[in-house]
Design a protein around this ligand. Structure first.
Ligand SMILES: *Cc1c(COP(=O)(O)O)cnc(C)c1O
Length: 410
């Protein structure tokens, strides 16, 4: 695997200076991604970052300069966003199982747009808002009946806990519009993710556009906001071709313009809700080899962080089978040879790579796993077997900075 020029200097310094395992996030790479996204869609979309993909507090704080809003999906993420200096008015709050206490805290705290996922939730929110003497702006999350092929994970197009099924939306939205404590300000769809095919992404967005149009007409709405759950994927495995983002932009911009030209959508904000595509490829997971072993003809390297620190790379985060993430040996040289990389846990499922081809790997070497800037520590069972938690390090103009959340220092 070819590494980005110069990154090894940083990865080595991060590991030597702050310890391993660690995650290293390159802010310049995230900035480039955000600019590329804005260019590809000609500024037609505002960008909202899905906190669940990387809730690191320092990252969230810095993202105020790169994203227009945040999407939180629990009250814990709402608090993190506020602590990172985001005004509540720039937050949306999704999630299929919001409890009344969460709704109350978010409404009281002035959340910009509550994304309601059921009539029951809208009723609860309305009751709470009335008690507080408020009217809460809401979006309704809709679950399309179909999702094109090509998405790694799907939240609609089949029975789903997320949102209101489009077929049920006429009565549901009528019921929601009758509630006194909530004010319907727009619609939200997030139907699938991790898609690398431009045509499938566009087909999916065209499906959103048709649903947004139909629902808006049917209920005579004047939406302030339409949220498009992006679905944009990143390469995770050998043979994955990166998404052609510019092709997505060229193909979908005329449809967005046609939508914006309809009088009911004058002044409507189109928002791209995005996680992994913004931060994923800007992050590396760095783990140090503790020892190596030749076992019955297979070379095994045992690393100081495995599935406990990086569950998705171990293949246990919604994947059907393990496939190696892209990775390289930091400052590695020499002929490539197959090696199996495992973590420190006493379980056979703690495996980072099967027969990955790397320069000869010995104790003390560093392995950098790519595409690790989203769904890292917070998506991993970091308490399992009580190993030290992974550090989180940022690279910015000032150099390297340890930004491990304080509650997680061991
Ligand atoms: C997880 C999530 C996202 C982000 O998904 P990515 O695949 O990381 O882009 C966006 N919106 C909602 C509602 C989510 O739950």
């Amino acid at each position: 695997m070819q590494q980005a020029a110069g990154i090894d200097l940083w990865l080595q310094a991060a590991a030597d200076g702050f310890g391993t395992p660690c995650y290293v996030y390159d802010l310049a790479a995230i900035k480039q991604r955000s600019q590329r996204l804005r260019q590809a869609f000609g500024e037609r979309f505002l960008l909202s970052f899905a906190v669940k993909s990387n809730p690191n507090p320092a990252l969230l704080e810095w993202l105020r300069t790169q994203a227009d809003g945040l999407d939180v999906s629990s009250i814990g993420e709402f608090r993190l966003a506020l602590a990172a200096g985001w005004p509540a008015s720039r937050l949306s709050f999704t999630g299929p199982g919001k409890r009344d206490a969460e709704l109350r805290e978010a409404i009281e705290g002035g959340v910009g747009e509550l994304v309601v996922e059921s009539v029951r939730e809208a009723v609860s929110a309305s009751t709470i808002a009335v008690e507080l003497g408020r009217q809460q702006p809401i979006l309704v999350r809709l679950a399309p009946a179909t999702v094109p092929k090509g998405f790694g994970d799907q939240m609609a197009g089949r029975p789903s806990p997320f949102g209101i099924d489009v077929e049920d939306s006429p009565e549901a939205i009528d019921a929601i519009l009758a509630l006194p404590g909530v004010c319907l300000q727009g619609l939200h769809i997030y139907a699938g993710t991790q898609c690398l095919r431009a045509e499938a992404i566009c087909e999916n967005y065209r499906n959103f556009i048709e649903i947004f149009s139909d629902v808006t007409d049917r209920h005579r709405l004047l939406p302030r906001t339409l949220i498009f759950g992006s679905g944009l994927g990143i390469p995770y495995h050998g043979g994955d071709e990166p998404l052609d983002l510019e092709a997505v932009g060229r193909d979908i911009c005329p449809d967005l313009d046609a939508l914006a030209a309809r009088s009911c959508f004058h002044g409507t904000r189109f928002v791209l809700e995005i996680g992994r595509y913004l931060t994923g490829e800007a992050g590396y997971f760095v783990t140090r080899v503790v020892s190596t072993k030749l076992s019955r003809g297979t070379k095994i390297a045992i690393c100081d962080g495995g599935m406990n620190a990086h569950l998705p790379a171990s293949g246990h985060f919604g994947m059907v089978m393990h496939r190696n993430y892209p990775m390289h040996k930091v400052n590695g040289q020499g002929p490539l040879e197959p090696v199996t990389l495992v973590g420190p846990l006493c379980t056979s499922i703690d495996r980072l790579a099967n027969a990955v081809h790397l320069p000869p790997v010995e104790a003390g070497d560093l392995i950098a796993v790519h595409s690790s800037g989203a769904y890292g520590p917070s998506a991993s069972p970091i308490g399992f077997i009580a190993h030290p938690v992974p550090r989180e390090i940022i690279i910015d103009e000032a150099g390297l900075r340890d930004v491990t959340p304080s509650g997680r220092r061991i």
